[in-house]
Design a protein around this ligand. Structure first.
Ligand SMILES: Cc1ncc(C[n+]2csc(CCOP(=O)(O)OP(=O)(O)O)c2C)c(N)n1
Length: 322
C-alpha cells in the first residue's frame, strides 16, 4: 500500500472508530435512546470494500451498519443526528441506527432483519443490468445470516442471472452469543461453492487485503461474469449491542478478545505516527462538530410520525386496515 492509500484508509477507519466511540458515549448519557450495535474492530472490512466501489455503486447493510454507511460517504453529522432521532438526520430521525439510508450515495439501507439486505442487493443488481448500467452492488452480512434462506435464495438468483453482486460475509465468530461453530453447519465458503460462486477467505483486519479481494470481485461483476463471495475473518471488540453490559453474558474469554485487539486494523494499517496524529486531530474536530449538529437538531413532531414512511400516495387513510 502506498502512503497516500494508507492515509486514506486510516482516515476512513478512524472516522468510523471515533464516530462509534462518540455514539457509545451518547447512548450512555441518554441522548441516543435505545441500543446500538458497535462496529468497532471491523472497520477494515467496510473501508476496504468501499474503497473498491465507485460512487454510483450501491450497498446494502446490516444491524451493525454505521461503518458501511460512513465508508460509502454518508455525512457523519447527519448520521449522528439520525442516531439521536432528530429531524436533521439522514432519514429525518425515522430510521435510527439500524435503518440509515442515503439513496443519493447508493446506500440502500442498513437493515434490522438478519440477511434481509441480500435480496435487496440482488434486486438492485438486476435493475442495474436492466438499465444497461455497469454499476455493482455490495451486500454486507454477518456469519449469522449464513443460515437465512433469503441469503441463499439471493445467492442462487445472483449466480443464475450473473448479477453484479459482492456478497461480503463479515465473520466475527458470533451471532449474538452463539459461536459460529455451534450455529453454522458446513462453512461460508462451502455455501458459495454450492452455487458456483467464486469465493475466498480474507483477513478482515487487513484493509489492504480486503480492498485487493474486493477489487477483483468488482472487476468480475462489472465484466458481466456475475457475483463473488468474500468471507472476511474479523472480530467485534465490543459486545453484540450496548445492552450487553447490563445482562452479563460470558461467551467470549478475555484472552480471546485481547488476542484480536492485538490485531487492531487501525494499527495494522501501518501509517506512521506523525501522520496518524494529524488524521486523529482532524477527525476529532469533525466528530465534535457532528455532536454539536446532532444535538442542536429538533426532535420530529409526534403528529408527523407517519410522514416519510410511505411513498407518495400510498399513505394509509386514518382508520383503514393496515
Ligand atoms: C431474521 C432475524 N432473526 C433474528 C434476529 C435477531 N438478531 C439480531 S442480530 C442477530 C445476530 C446476527 O449475527 P450475525 O449475522 O453474525 O451479525 P453480527 O451481529 O455478528 O454482526 C440476531 C439473531 C433478527 N434481527 N432477524
Amino acid at each position: 500500500m502506498t502512503t497516500p492509500e494508507a492515509a486514506l484508509h486510516y482516515r476512513g477507519m478512524r472516522l468510523i472508530r471515533s464516530f462509534e466511540e462518540q455514539a457509545l458515549a451518547l447512548v450512555r448519557s441518554g441522548e441516543i435512546v435505545g441500543g446500538i450495535h458497535p462496529y468497532i474492530g471491523q472497520e477494515a472490512v467496510a473501508v476496504g470494500v468501499c474503497a473498491a466501489l465507485r460512487a454510483d455503486d450501491q450497498l446494502t447493510s446490516t444491524h451493525r451498519g454505521h461503518g458501511h454507511v460512513l465508508a460509502k460517504g454518508a455525512d457523519p453529522r447527519r448520521m449522528l443526528a439520525e442516531l439521536a432521532g432528530r429531524e436533521s438526520g439522514l432519514n429525518k430521525g425515522r430510521g435510527g441506527s439500524m435503518h440509515a439510508a442515503d439513496l443519493s450515495l447508493g446506500i440502500l439501507g442498513a437493515n434490522g432483519i438478519v440477511g434481509a439486505g441480500a435480496p435487496i442487493a440482488a434486486g438492485a443488481a438486476w435493475a442495474a443490468l436492466r438499465q444497461g448500467s455497469d454499476r455493482v452492488v455490495a451486500t454486507f452480512f454477518g456469519d449469522g445470516a449464513l443460515n437465512q434462506g433469503v441469503l441463499l435464495e439471493a445467492m442462487n438468483l445472483a449466480a443464475l442471472w450473473r448479477l453484479p453482486v459482492l456478497f461480503v460475509c463479515e465473520n466475527n465468530g458470533y451471532a449474538t452469543t452463539l459461536a459460529v461453530r455451534d450455529g453454522v453447519a458446513g462453512s461460508a465458503l462451502g455455501r458459495a461453492a454450492a452455487f458456483g460462486i467464486p469465493a475466498q477467505e480474507v483477513d478482515g483486519m487487513d484493509v489492504a487485503a480486503v480492498r485487493a479481494a474486493a477489487e477483483q470481485a468488482v472487476v468480475r461483476a462489472r465484466s458481466g461474469a456475475g457475483p463473488s463471495f468474500l468471507e472476511c475473518r474479523t472480530y467485534r471488540f465490543e459486545g453484540h449491542h450496548t445492552m450487553e453490559r447490563r445482562v452479563r453474558v460470558n461467551y467470549r474469554t478475555a484472552e480471546e478478545i485481547d488476542s484480536w485487539r492485538q490485531r487492531d486494523p487501525l494499527e495494522l494499517c501501518g501509517l506512521d505516527p506523525v501522520q496518524r496524529a494529524e488524521v486523529d486531530q482532524e477527525i476529532a474536530q469533525l466528530i465534535a462538530e457532528a455532536v454539536r449538529f446532532a444535538l442542536a437538531g429538533a426532535h420530529p413532531d409526534p403528529a408527523g410520525a407517519l410522514d416519510h414512511l410511505y411513498a407518495d400516495g400510498l399513505r394509509p387513510r386514518a382508520g383503514a386496515p393496515r
